[in-house]
Design a protein around this ligand. Structure first.
Ligand code: UDX
Length: 451
């Protein structure tokens, strides 16, 4: 089988490479000549573990190629996937569909025989029907089907998520399109992956409902974490205690500085707007969006508090700036709220991120970027651990104490254990554990206040 993947962003590139791994012949298309050039030279524009090997292997096997020429790539494809960006539209939070509709028109001009046009980008309810209308209007002569096939992969574990998903969702009203989609996903039938066949509208809504549900679950545990701090409970035990109930489930109950990334913030907002437009407001999701925005902004206060209430002139060592580990993605990362808020209070920021630094340099002016963890700690009054990269999970605290002015750690990802931190001689603040733990060593706290 042969497909074209329009858009070589995160979803397009990973999906294209993974379909070629299934044995499908894939052409990935993009308008960005520099990107296509780099891909043709074997350079992968995003940081995603395992993607470079997967791309190299399938390019070598002749199943995966990259092209600027959309018309030629779609001409003899069985299916064409639209995987272009759907950013939040400035001003109203609706998803901006101009790239999706632009692609639909170009695809229509290029196709010959029966082709299934599939939306892989996260698109609001009704987009698939509009794509069908555009194609029909542009090419009344050609036979085609339209399907919605939302993608649930996570950054950092994208390949595993695509090749071994919990489920595949395919929405279409056409039996012929359904048969083409089934054939493309045949390898997943062999590993008994549930395939959920629905209408176009239902598939479109499933994607938003999944992302907003997960964002709600995170926001719920974040608020429970705040309450734990007040009442002297431990949020991890609460998460375990509720998560073992199969109806609730263990995953996505890890508290932190608020969710970020390329999907949750944009998709929660877009669903809120869609629901309002249809006169069926999603008040839970509206609240989640509001709580999460405020949470990200309030995280700087925790760091200020750990520094005795004042960070003016103090050096803060920030470890991790991406929205999660194993990605270089900075989109809606909590660090984008936290670092400027600390700078506004007079703090001097030294920072290090294993993969996101290049992107972060453009977004976070006035930060001193360091080559590794320990260089970052030099002369610092506090460590702010913002992203749980593995290399921050095994810090040498003796070395850290020698390098720092005062041994204080604000761990917004709960990577460390409060008791271990007391042993390591660090004043320790984390999320959702009893306040007696939060700055555990009274003498040390006094030293911090004096410094
Ligand atoms: C998410 C969805 O998981 C994926 O299905 C969809 O296709 C795209 O959006 P991604 O944004 O890559 O994937 O990352 P994810 O691992 O879901 O994390 C999103 C955010 O939630 C991160 O900021 C992360 O730190 C935060 N998070 C996640 C928590 O704070 N606690 C958790 O328990 C889980």
């Amino acid at each position: 089988m042969r497909i074209a993947m329009i858009g070589t962003g995160y979803v397009g590139l990973v999906s294209g490479a993974c379909f070629s791994e299934f044995g499908v012949t894939v052409t990935c298309v993009d308008k960005d000549a520099g990107k296509i050039d780099r891909l043709n030279r074997g350079e992968i524009p995003i940081y995603e573990p395992g993607l470079d090997e997967l791309v190299a292997k399938n390019v070598k096997a002749g199943r995966l190629s990259f092209s600027l020429d959309l018309a030629a790539s779609v001409a003899d494809a069985d299916a064409v996937f639209i995987a272009v960006g759907t950013p939040s539209r400035r001003g109203d939070g609706h998803a901006d569909l101009s790239y999706v509709y632009g692609a639909a028109e170009e695809i229509a001009r290029g196709i010959n025989d029966y082709t299934v046009v599939v939306t892989k980008s996260t698109v609001p309810v009704g987009t698939g029907r509009e794509v069908a209308r555009i194609i029909r209007k542009t090419r009344p002569d050609v036979e085609f089907g339209v399907a919605s096939n939302p993608e649930f992969l996570r950054e950092g574990s994208a390949i595993g998520d695509f090749l071994r998903p919990d489920r595949v969702v395919i929405g279409t009203d056409s039996d012929r399109a359904r048969a083409v989609m089934r054939a493309l996903y045949r390898p997943l039938y062999l590993i008994e992956t549930p395939i959920v066949m629905t209408s176009l509208e239902t598939a479109e809504l499933i994607k938003y409902a999944a992302n907003t549900f997960l964002a709600t679950k995170i926001t719920f545990i974040n608020e429970i974490a705040d309450l734990c701090e007040k009442v002297g409970a431990d949020v991890h035990d609460v998460a375990k205690g509720i998560g073992l109930d199969g109806r609730i489930g263990k995953k996505f109950l890890h508290p932190g500085p608020g969710y970020g990334g390329s999907c949750f913030p944009k998709d929660t907002l877009a669903l809120v707007r869609t629901a309002q437009d249809y006169g069926s407001p999603l008040r839970i999701v509206e609240t989640v969006v509001d709580i999460n925005d405020k949470r990200k902004k309030s995280m700087a206060d925790r760091i200020v508090e750990a520094c005795g209430g004042d960070v003016d002139g103090k050096t803060i060592a920030v470890l991790g700036v991406t929205f999660k580990p194993n990605t270089d993605d900075m989109r809606d990362s909590p660090s984008l709220d936290i670092i400027p808020a600390l700078q506004a209070k007079g703090a001097v920021i030294r920072a290090f991120d294993p993969a996101g630094q290049h992107e972060a340099e453009k977004l976070l002016p006035g930060v001193t970027w360091c080559g590794d963890t320990y260089e970052t700690l030099e002369g610092a009054s506090v460590i702010a651990l913002l992203t749980e990269w593995n290399e921050f999970r095994v810090l040498d605290f003796k070395r850290a104490r020698e390098l720092m002015k005062t041994p204080v750690l604000v761990d917004l990802r709960n990577v460390y254990n409060p008791d271990d931190m007391e042993m390591a001689g660090f004043a320790y603040t984390c999320v959702g554990r009893p306040s007696r733990y939060r700055i555990s060593n009274r003498d040390l706290r006094e030293k911090v206040l004096e410094a």
